[in-house]
Design a protein around this ligand. Sequence first.
Ligand code: CDP
Length: 229
Amino acid sequence: MFPKNVIAIDGPAASGKSTVAQKVADKLNGFYVSTGNMYRAITLFLMQSKLDLNSEATPEKIDSLLKKLDLSFSKTADGKLSMTINGATADGAIRSPEVAKYVSRIAAMENIRNWLIDRQRNLSKLGLIIMEGRDIGTVIFPDAKYKFFITASPEVRARRRLAQSGETPEGSTVASVAKEIAERDEMDSKRKIAPLKKADDAIFIDTSEMTVEEVVNHIASFVKETPII
Ligand code: CDP
């Protein structure tokens, strides 16, 4: 592990982590990694493998399908990381409502998390990484030098999610989106393995009343005041 190179950002669904983490990465010249997108990519791959996620998602079936999955990252010309699923660049399909419906169930499975853990840790060999998810500060990089836990009120989160086109079903309302993210948060917080949880030493930021810029500056200035190396 290379924990000095890691800025860990955790928090519940639609809290604004990914927008903030991407901008922090740009500001500090690091690589942004969304671990949620990795769980979503696996979920999409399983759906495309014609596995019925309601009735057939046994650890055995999933193990045998994971053997056929290559989830890789490569550096792009503009200095970012691009994720590929069996050679194809991951696109908006991983952020679809259909994938969101199943992802938390898939992410609760031990064999899925075990399959990802070294893949996630190895990314820190690339340099400074800003990794966001649910268990980055607690499980993936418990020794990360910088840890943040970002949240916002349920209503603000629902509004933020609604503003992200293609991520909510047609006809969604603030109330329907709030319900969907509350269900996912509950599943993510109550699961046995690597639940959504603030690390004891993470800095808590409630972004309900903050602009993206304010949150980014808060994190970046904290990091700059306590240099990485
Ligand atoms: O963007 P949003 O906040 O909706 O979620 P995401 O970061 O894309 O994560 C999707 C789902 O993946 C979460 O609801 C969790 O079930 C799972 N996840 C996880 O279990 N552990 C992580 N480190 C990241 C995501």
